[in-house]
Design a protein around this ligand. Structure first.
Ligand code: KG4
Ligand code: ZN
Length: 476
């Protein structure tokens, strides 16, 4: 097992102006290092020197050359990473190695809470995470037949997501990393949904496109490298998963496995042409999405048919059930048509930017839907591309995607040093509830989108670009 010196702050964190605790620890660590080595050197130059020496050390310790390009992932069995995910309503952990072997995967779902309250309530979700996290992580280690001592690093989702929930996972990751001197990799939840496709399809090379469809996000991206992507489109209001969840709730469906699967199942019984819904944003020549209007159309249709969500689908008369199934099927058809329209345009844009694009990855919870997969497969085939869809268990939130993304970043030297073993519970930690993945494609900016651009953190891509610039300047 390699020894990692606790004096490298990851590229992601080093250039992040909001990451005070790590910066503090970094400078404190570097000053200690400087003091040991003789006269105190300025922290910045020590930081550069440390990065170089750590990179060199990584190369020899893991017997791998630092990946020269981001497509060259060099697997090494000795890398074993624990991934922790708590950004929304699932408490998940997994252990994965750099050969892409999933050694364990554990998820504790809050579906019962969701069913009871009809949505995610942050405070309750936080409590549920706090109750589940220790057991989930322990189960993941036990199933992998490992202990913390066998790990190379801990990867954890630091955003985007609900702060209260993210904090539970990050604190757990820091406790483990602190106690066992393990480096930490802070992971972007949406990048994790994307990169898990590279675990599933090992030949998947950058650049590729991705459509990420979940409860809170609807993104079309061009992934050019690790932490490097162009955002072709996003939602101007709700994501498709939210529309599925509300449709399920208003139709009185069983929400215990979340709304999406319930709508998908009921839609199989319905006539998808029977209720006329408008496809959103037909007149916008961009790659952005909107599902708020479709939600309203569904609600009005449900009211018009006097469907009572208080009567569960299992108790509905056959006529009532048929009316609900028709709405489910018609909603799904139009919701997915909207995805198809925007994917067609995004493929045109992506091929203009990067003609070597061959694949469209579809991931995120909604990508586990068979109808979504089948329809998008047609779009992709017509455009000469290939569809890559992770299996459903890796499309919905999971720890595997976090561990794998951690491995990818770790292999190119992006990670944080172990926190101190005695870090107080209330220490400030780096959480990024609103954290864009990439910069918006300049030619694709639309009026509709510009209304909603408030952000808290610089995008992952801009942070990594700044860090690369900083490294190349220091190399001169
Ligand atoms: O990625 P995910 O697990 O969590 C978020 O990051 O949001 O996605 C959850 C979303 C929920 O809205 C859920 O209803 C939806 O994915 N979903 C589905 C299906 N399975 C999960 N939507 C449609 N069809 C499905 N089979
Ligand atoms: Zn997700």
């Amino acid at each position: 097992m390699a020894t990692i010196f606790p004096n490298l702050s990851s590229a992601i964190f080093r250039v992040n102006p909001f990451y005070r605790p790590s910066l503090y620890l970094t400078i404190r660590g570097f000053n200690k290092l400087g003091a040991q080595q003789g006269p105190l050197r300025p922290a910045r130059s020590i930081l550069r020197a440390s990065f170089k020496s750590l990179s060199a050390q990584l190369s020899s310790n893991f017997n791998l050359a630092m990946a020269q390009t981001q497509n060259q992932l060099i697997p090494d069995k000795s890398l074993v990473v624990l991934g922790i995910e708590t950004s929304c309503d699932d408490t998940a952990a997994a252990v994965v190695n750099s050969n892409g072997e999933i050694l364990s995967q554990v998820i504790s779902s809050q579906a019962e809470l969701l069913a009871k309250y009809g949505g995610v309530a942050p405070k309750m979700a936080e409590e549920a995470h706090a109750q589940a996290i220790d057991q989930v992580v322990q189960d993941a280690l036990d199933k992998a037949k490992l202990t913390e001592k066998d790990l190379t690093a801990v990867a954890v989702t630091i955003g985007p997501g609900l702060s209260l929930c993210l904090r539970v996972g990050v604190q757990k990751a820091r406790r483990i990393a602190g106690a066992h001197s393990l480096p930490i990799v802070g992971v972007h939840h949406m990048e994790a949904h994307t990169l898990v496709a590279r675990l599933v399809e090992r030949k998947l090379q950058f650049p590729f496109m991705a459509l990420l469809v979940s409860g809170g996000h609807n993104l079309l991206i061009l992934a050019r490298g690790l932490g490097d992507c162009i955002q072709l489109g996003t939602t101007i209001d709700d994501a498709i998963g939210e529309a599925y969840d509300k449709t399920a709730k208003w139709l009185g469906l069983d929400l215990r496995k979340s709304g999406g699967p319930a709508v998908e199942k009921l839609a199989l019984e319905g006539d998808a042409e029977s209720v006329k819904f408008n496809v959103p944003m037909k007149q916008h020549k961009d790659c952005n999405f909107s599902y708020a209007g479709l939600k309203t159309q569904v609600r009005l249709a449900i009211e018009a048919k006097n469907i009572n969500a208080g009567i569960s689908i299992s108790s509905a008369s056959s006529e009532d059930r048929k009316a609900r199934a028709d709405i489910a099927a018609s909603f799904q058809r139009v919701a997915v048509l909207h995805l198809e329209d925007k994917c067609k345009r995004a493929i045109e844009w992506a091929l203009k930017i990067e003609p070597s694009v061959n694949h469209l990855v579809v991931s995120g919870g909604v990508a586990s839907n068979q109808y979504v997969r089948a329809r998008l497969n047609e779009v992709v085939k017509k455009n000469g591309l290939q569809l890559v869809c992770p299996p459903p268990s890796l499309c919905t939130d999971n720890g595997v995607m976090v561990a794998w993304t951690g491995i990818e970043h770790f292999l190119v030297g992006r990670f944080d040093p172990p926190p101190p073993p005695d870090e107080p519970e209330d220490a400030l930690v780096d959480l990024r509830p609103r954290w864009p993945l990439g910069e918006e494609y300049a030619e694709g900016k639309s009026e509709a989108r510009s209304l909603k651009t408030a952000r808290v953190h610089p995008s992952l891509t801009s942070l990594i670009q700044a860090s690369r610039k900083q490294q190349s300047e220091s190399a001169v």
